[in-house]
Design a protein around this ligand. Sequence first.
Ligand SMILES: NC(=O)c1ccc[n+]([C@@H]2O[C@H](COP(=O)([O-])OP(=O)(O)OC[C@H]3O[C@@H](n4cnc5c(N)ncnc54)[C@H](O)[C@@H]3O)[C@@H](O)[C@H]2O)c1
Length: 445
Amino acid sequence: MADRYATFTRTGPGRFLTRRLGLPQPAALHRWSPERPAIEGPLLLMTAGDIPLPGLHESLTRTGTPPHTGPLGSRRPAAVVLDATGVATVTALADVHAALHPVVRSITPSGRVLVLGAPLSPADHHQAAAQQALEGFVRSLGREIGRGRTVQLVRTPSASAAEAPLRFLLSPKSAYVSGQVIDVDDTTAAAAADAEAPAAADSAARPLAGRTALVTGAARGIGTAVAEVLARDGAHVVVLDVPSAAQDLHRVAEHLQGTALPLDITADDAGERIAAALPDGLGVLVHNAGITRDRRFANMAADRWSSVVEVNLASVLRTTDFLLKSGTLRRGSRVVATASIAGLAGNAGQTNYAASKAGVVGFVRSLAPRALAEHGVTVNAVAPGFIETRMTAAVPLFLREAGRRMNSLGQGGLPVDVAEATAWLATGAVNGQVLRVCGQSLLGA
Ligand SMILES: NC(=O)c1ccc[n+]([C@@H]2O[C@H](COP(=O)([O-])OP(=O)(O)OC[C@H]3O[C@@H](n4cnc5c(N)ncnc54)[C@H](O)[C@@H]3O)[C@@H](O)[C@H]2O)c1
């Protein structure tokens, strides 16, 4: 499962050889750890366009990284935030170039470029053209910036609504997220702030304190990592997996001082069983359980099709509907589903899997606004790219190597990368978003 090529390129001879041969040299990413919890180095704040976003300086300071607005002298920025919310004409796009061009080279490895944009105006096509241009710019800079550095666009109506995405995107927790566009709005941000857990989150370090979180498919792989990160963030975790995985499941539960719930999520009464196990309600529901049964469509028997759709999609809809109806999911609860870039891009041999994962995206986009308005519940999805797990270890070597390298960071992600994004979505800061955790994969870009 280990990425031996990436390990080799970080040795002396490996560095020499790969440079000589012009082969990719995937950077060692700076991921979150208690010892290195923040990006290391100054944050530079710049503005493009005429009107800066009011309160942005204060918002950035609250994220824990007070910005510099003047020259940094000999120091290199670890992050650059460009406030481009005021770019309302195509002419003003020149400011984007003028601001970033002189500094882009100097950003430290694993550093960040974060562009703030404004929501596209339906009434002003000049503003919409200029703001949409930022998306193409960000996605392209992400492709070429290299050295583990990432580039994102956050479209926001205000500094306060952007605060939660800034906190995540400026931290090492988002190391494998690049080339993404996140849309935030004031309503969701306010609803999330309103719906703090009863024993209010005790600090920024434990944002899920006082909450119960259920993770399906948590006996191994990404699900275990999600449970670990949610527990680290203060949640009491209930881990669910098929009864045949009960031994591993109990081990995970014990390690996290959580509760094991051996249950096949496709069972007709799965919703009832979950509701019965959680009489005090559920703060966070993570639909992570998933299977693949790959075959070219022409060779695919009906049971391969239906088993994948049943586990990955039908059970997600059935349990969510039941838990909303039963009030187990209630004001302040958050749902995070697991899609996949295969569902966005399509993948040969995976018509069943891609259909199920695209279905997850449809489910999120349609339910999110209604769930928030009617129940005070946010609904989002993560869409992982190539993640180093048993699922991808089973992929034939050539395809596995292609999957690892075909992204802007030149390497596969780790389960913890998906877990960090899931934990962030579980804070309820955004709604109806599909956040890719794929190192900016070339697939479905
Ligand atoms: N690994 C990747 O690269 C990748 C990429 C994109 C999306 N994903 C998605 O991420 C999720 C986790 O993937 P993973 O790589 O950790 O997979 P995995 O196969 O290692 O783990 C999946 C877990 O789900 C459980 N599960 C399967 N069917 C179940 C059911 N009916 N009821 C309860 N539990 C069930 C399995 O027992 C297993 O423990 C899946 O939804 C997968 O589709 C993974």
